[in-house]
Ligand binder design. Structure first.
Ligand SMILES: NC(=O)c1ccc[n+]([C@@H]2O[C@H](COP(=O)([O-])OP(=O)(O)OC[C@H]3O[C@@H](n4cnc5c(N)ncnc54)[C@H](OP(=O)(O)O)[C@@H]3O)[C@@H](O)[C@H]2O)c1
Length: 280
């Protein structure tokens, strides 16, 4: 989802972009990554690849760590060899979720799922392998393509299924094209460190976010049941609160991203929140 948005944004900005999917480049293959980067000789490497199946990661630790920890490290080592800046995406799930308010870079990560642990290891191993690494933590990402909370809710709504969403877990939604724009800005700035990149606005629960999307998609009369996270008994625990705020972006002159509610309206304007679009 983010990779496609990023490629579209960079191409529209006039960049020469080499893009890969899992089939054409496995980031857990150190030799393959090194070969690819040496051949393409990019000025910037932006890693949007990850194994994002949070429950799947609980079942298959090896696959989680290969993609989410060794992958970023391999990209960092290859970027270092070439002298390219590396941006690698991480997650709000590096935090435990027991804090009130927004998580900033001053908060100590303490992941509670294998996915979160593997992503945190990816952050650290990439930063350790190459000084010119920027880690971008984000959360509640929505946009075209990929399987995410919003696409699932809308496709279920379009099939007339009963809908429920968690009402006691909060995050900060992030529109993939807005994230893509910021990823490119950070690559150009070439400032190493950890950045939190989310749309502006107060946080929202999954249930509130789903309700807003359903209303914009024309499913106003369809009920959405708000349930407690614990009632779903999923394999991976999720943070109760993973709202993010960045201490650095404003300090280096980056404007806040639009409000998530405006971003959701932009997404809806593409007809992306109607059943027809989600079914195609
Ligand atoms: N979606 C969210 O709400 C969210 C929240 C916080 C952070 N993030 C982070 O944002 C980034 C982008 O996520 P997304 O939502 O765009 O995820 P996505 O739609 O699942 O895309 C991830 C891509 O990575 C590929 N991939 C998996 N393992 C790979 C490997 N070993 N080598 C190469 N490619 C591999 C996947 O291919 P296959 O499917 O073919 O395996 C998939 O195309 C990730 O770092 C994710 O952790 C996402």
């Amino acid at each position: 989802m983010v990779g496609r948005a990023l490629v579209a944004h960079c191409r529209a900005s006039g960049d020469l972009v080499f893009s890969y999917d899992h089939h054409s480049l496995d980031i857990s293959d150190a030799d393959g990554v090194m070969r690819r980067v040496q051949e393409d000789r990019p000025e910037a490497v932006i890693n949007c690849a990850a194994w994002t199946d949070v429950d799947g990661c609980e079942r298959d630790h090896e696959r989680a760590f290969a993609a989410n920890a060794r992958g970023p490290e391999n990209l960092a080592l290859a970027s270092r060899q070439l002298g390219a800046v590396l941006i690698t995406i991480s997650t709000d799930y590096v935090f435990a979720g027991d804090k009130d308010g927004f998580y900033t870079q001053r908060d100590q990560p303490h992941p509670i799922s294998v996915y979160g642990i593997s992503k945190l290891e990816g952050e650290r191993s990439a930063q350790q392998a190459w000084a010119r690494t920027a880690v971008v933590r984000t959360g509640f990402v929505f946009g075209a393509g990929g399987n995410n909370f919003l696409s699932t809710i809308i496709s279920r709504a379009s099939r007339g299924e009963r809908l429920k969403a968690i009402g006691d877990a909060y995050g900060t939604p992030t529109y993939a094209p807005d994230l893509a724009q910021r990823l490119r800005e950070l690559a150009v700035l070439d400032l190493p460190g950890i950045f939190h990149v989310v749309n502006a606005g107060p946080g929202v629960s999954y249930a509130e976010f789903g309700r807003a999307a359903l209303d914009l998609g024309g499913f106003t009369s369809l009920p959405l049941e708000s349930v407690l996270g614990d009632s779903l008994s999923r394999p991976a625990p999720r943070p109760r609160n993973s709202r993010l705020h960045c201490l650095l972006s404003a300090a280096i002159g980056l404007a806040p991203l639009p409000l998530w509610s405006e971003a959701l309206e932009n997404f809806a304007a593409l007809d992306a929140l109607t059943g027809a679009a989600s079914k195609s």
